[in-house]
Write a protein that binds this ligand. Structure first.
Ligand SMILES: Nc1ncnc2c1ncn2[C@@H]1O[C@H](COP(=O)(O)OP(=O)(O)OP(=O)(O)O)[C@@H](O)[C@H]1O
Length: 311
């Protein structure tokens, strides 16, 4: 959770302000970044580790969408994978390629299922608020970005609220949603992805050879998400109606990637790069399978905290 998510809590206070059409100050204060393919490519290459599939699909999808003057629908990306493998991180990279203030832009809206919609009994209120929030923000700023974290824990009633915004309609209640971006993050499909990567590793294949359709990964993620009875996703028409443009797998990270995360955190903390320290911190993380210890159980999550413990 971050500060942006608190905005939602103040919804009732600010809603009238949003619809009062006096919010032009956003547009002065928080301009869009001119889209630059090379900058996004470099950002993905330099700051995203071990995710060659996500990197390639995101680059193509975002650049295609951002350079399309007349998109027929909003861009809808669904990120899948275990914990700490970079799903939020990539959402932030996308935001940096669009807004001058990146992920801190007022036009980036983050919803975390269990944080923002915790009480089943309030579902009807949440539905109304979510609808108003998306409508209000896109009507005042069409190039808005909505990030839904923990999508697998999202109530299907809320998913149904989002659905019309993702569709091909030219306008809904007088507003076009075609320039907006929706990203859905979830751990659903994570086990399928991990198994594919493990099998490929066991067979001695290079990680970078894995592609979206390798070993039926995409189909199996799709099946897993669709059939997961615990997740709101499964009976929602999002998948059935093909409103998600790209299902993007995030692979489990290996020791070498965790080590890169440690070095990145050293740079962020202004600590001189130290290979020995990077090794010690990366070794301190848990890995699976229990015997081979190839993939990080928590991805790069809590690397910063571990590093701070070591210095
Ligand atoms: N593939 C990666 N490349 C570079 N940094 C990464 C990567 N994965 C994770 N990180 C680092 O670890 C932090 C935590 O990762 P992130 O929040 O993106 O994980 P997540 O996949 O969204 O996990 P969760 O499912 O638990 O929300 C990020 O802020 C980033 O610093």
């Amino acid at each position: 959770m971050n500060d942006r998510s608190n905005i939602w809590i103040e919804l009732n206070m600010v809603q009238s302000w949003y619809t009062s059409k006096t919010n032009r100050f956003f547009q002065k204060d928080d301009l869009l970044e001119p889209f630059d393919y090379e900058r996004l490519k470099t950002d993905l290459k330099d700051s995203l580790y071990g995710q060659h599939i996500a990197s390639e699909v995101v680059l193509k999808a975002v650049s295609g969408f951002m350079t399309d003057k007349h998109p027929s629908k909003p861009l809808v990306l669904s990120f899948h994978g275990g914990t700490g493998v970079g799903k939020n991180h990539v959402s932030n990279i996308i935001a940096r390629s669009i807004y001058k203030k990146g992920e801190n832009s007022e036009h980036v809206h983050v919803f975390i299922s269990e944080h923002h919609f915790p009480h089943k009994g309030q579902l009807e209120t949440y539905k109304t608020q979510l609808k108003q929030w998306i409508h209000g923000n896109v009507s005042s700023f069409p190039r808005s970005m909505f990030i839904f974290d923990e999508m697998d824990k999202m109530n299907s009633g809320l998913i149904d609220v989002i659905k019309p915004f993702l569709d091909y309609y030219p306008k809904l209640d007088g507003v076009s949603y075609r320039k907006a971006i929706f990203t859905f993050l979830s751990n659903a499909g994570g086990n399928v992805i991990n198994q594919v990567v493990l099998d490929s590793w066991m067979d001695g294949e290079e990680r970078e050879q894995l592609q979206m359709n390798s070993r039926d990964m995409e189909t199996n993620i799709f099946k897993d998400v669709f059939n997961a009875k615990s997740s709101g996703f499964w009976h929602s028409s999002l998948i059935g109606d093909h409103l998600i443009d790209h299902f993007i797998p995030f692979l489990p990270l290996e020791y070498r990637h965790v080590r890169q995360c440690v070095l990145a955190q050293m740079a962020a903390l202004n600590i001189t790069a130290n290979d020995g320290l990077a090794d010690r911190v990366a070794r301190d993380m848990p890995y699976f399978p229990p015997e081979e210890k190839i993939f990080s159980v928590k991805g790069c999550k809590s690397v910063r905290q571990k590093l701070l413990l070591h210095i």
